[in-house]
Design a protein around this ligand. Structure first.
Ligand code: C5P
Ligand code: C5P
Ligand code: ZN
Length: 475
């Protein structure tokens, strides 16, 4: 059997072997797009291999969760998209054998069944997601049927990587790219250069162009009438029966016409050359999904999933990942509308509560006005908006919901930029050190991290984080 990521094949085989030996298996995963696709991949592969299992999702894998698993009758727990960072806690419990497919910074402890790109010198923030790690195990598991090599699951792995924002300069790289290649070969994925804007499958063209904000184009971005005038001036059939088409409706020639008009406009209005380049990126299309469905575009699919699991509806997202359509997909679409409303008001909330500047970081406290599960997404979106500096790491606080099992505390989300990471920023270290300084717990990636801290420790956290970021950026 050839492995998608050769560096990880030994670890994948060991994990697969242990999963096959499980009698009572629990699959535990994280509640974001990457965690859901991780669970979708793992669950499909386990089922195909005839391995029964339960599935559970967590906002954070904390001691209380691990204790619950230990108290139940599972002999094996398969952790996906988390687990590495909590290995110190997990290994305290002998009641079950842990199997881990993760890409977060590992804690100082080890287990025999542990797949993580960081253990083999691969980057867990840009080269392999949790879903990619799960895919490696899925490929090692294989099904009982002849055609079940699980390569079709590469499509979900790509949704996870895109959802985790692992795209680098417009495309997936490293091990992620190897998985893309398997998906293309299996006929489930298309990867082509295209317009790097969100909503190419579902948004009518004026909305697509007016809403795209990654590369702002004067007179089009944030200006619906401007976008309409721009499109009306293009010599191509962009409407059908009076209705605006979507990007997905256009043929290759029409797309080229629109892109060159867009580039001309950008040049004419003085958009920088590297920004113009960023208008084009690789689009990952799930060929098994209907045209015009958000599931057909990896980026739109991942947003749909975030709209379920981050609002306590992980089962809906998992069902969609497992290929169920109808009721779960309808429910996911309703949740997506709610999610969009939350995000749209979120940036306004940031403005209202106000962003404070420290020497090296900026921060805001959303209190109970944003769910703890999306405050990080909002923090990332707010960077560069009115009153929020663009090139300064941002720290966001939100009150945690009382889940009933321990002190609710305060959720912290942090976001940086690739450029800051190049200069030495490592938010996972910041989260871990600053949280430890105030009696909390944290981790994550260089560019995005999070923590839980006791209520009232926010300013202590900010001070500690400011100091650590200062050391990282000007040592
Ligand atoms: O736990 P996990 O690794 O799946 O979560 C990563 C999180 O980091 C995602 O919510 C993703 O949106 C966020 N992220 C970000 N900006 C980046 C990279 C990741 O906001 N450049
Ligand atoms: O929740 P948020 O999207 O801000 O999480 C950003 C990253 O930080 C994710 O990769 C998440 O797994 C990680 N994180 C963590 N420990 C926490 C909270 C978040 O490792 N307590
Ligand atoms: Zn992840």
């Amino acid at each position: 059997m050839d492995a998608p990521v050769p560096e990880l094949s030994t670890r994948a085989a060991r994990c697969a072997e242990r999963l096959r030996a499980a009698d009572d298996l629990l699959l535990a995963s994280h509640i974001d797009a990457d965690g859901l696709t991780s669970a979708g991949i793992a669950s499909a592969a386990l089922e195909r291999a005839g391995i029964g299992h339960d599935v559970v999702f967590e906002k954070q894998l904390d001691r209380a969760a691990v204790e619950r698993y230990a108290a139940a009758d599972y002999d094996t727990v398969f952790f996906t998209d988390f687990g590495s960072g909590q290995l110190d806690v997990i290994t305290e419990y002998a009641a079950f054998t842990p199997v881990i497919a993760d890409h977060h910074q590992p804690a100082d402890a080890e287990t025999a069944y542990h797949l993580n790109p960081l253990l083999e010198g691969l980057d867990g923030g840009s080269e392999l997601s949790g879903a990619g790690a799960s895919y490696c195990v899925a490929r090692a598991l294989e099904g009982n049927g002849d055609d079940e090599d699980n390569r079709d699951l590469a499509a979900l792995a790509v949704v996870g990587a895109v959802g985790d924002m692992q795209v680098v300069e417009g495309e997936l790289i490293g091990a992620n790219a190897e998985i893309v290649a398997e998906g293309v070969e299996a006929g489930v994925l298309d990867a082509s250069k295209g317009l790097a804007m969100f909503g190419t499958q579902t948004r009518p063209l004026p909305k697509l162009f007016a809403y795209a904000s990654d590369v702002p184009i004067p007179g089009i971005t944030g200006d619906r009438n401007g976008a309409l005038r721009f499109l009306d001036g293009i010599d191509a059939e962009l409407r059908e029966d009076g209705e605006w088409k979507t990007w997905a409706d256009l043929d290759t020639a029409e797309r080229q016409t629109v892109v060159s008009a867009l580039v001309q406009r950008a040049v004419r209005t003085g958009v920088a050359a590297d920004e113009i380049e960023a208008l084009i990126g690789t689009t990952y299309t799930l060929l098994g999904e209907e045209r015009g469905s958000e599931l057909r575009d990896a980026s739109e699919f991942s947003t749909l999933l975030n709209a379920t699991a981050r609002y306590d509806r992980a089962a809906v997202g998992l069902a969609v990942c497992r290929g169920e359509r109808g009721a779960p997909l309808d429910a996911a679409r309703d949740l997506l509308r709610e999610h969009r409303r939350t995000l749209a008001t979120g940036v306004g909330v940031v403005r209202e509560v106000g962003v404070e500047r420290e020497s090296h970081v900026q921060w805001f406290h959303a209190g109970d006005r944003l769910p703890e599960t999306v405050v990080g997404i909002v923090a990332g979106m707010a960077m560069g908006e009115d009153g929020v500096a663009a090139g300064v790491p941002i720290i966001a606080f939100a009150e945690k919901e009382d889940d009933g099992d321990d002190e609710p505390g305060v959720k912290v989300s942090m976001r940086g930029t690739p450029r800051l990471v190049e200069r030495g920023l490592d938010l996972s270290a910041v989260a871990a050190e600053a949280a430890a300084a105030v009696g909390g717990d944290g981790g994550g990636h260089e560019v995005a991290a999070g923590a839980t801290v006791p209520a009232g420790q926010e300013s202590g956290f900010v001070a500690a984080a400011d100091a650590v970021v200062g050391e990282q950026l000007d040592p």
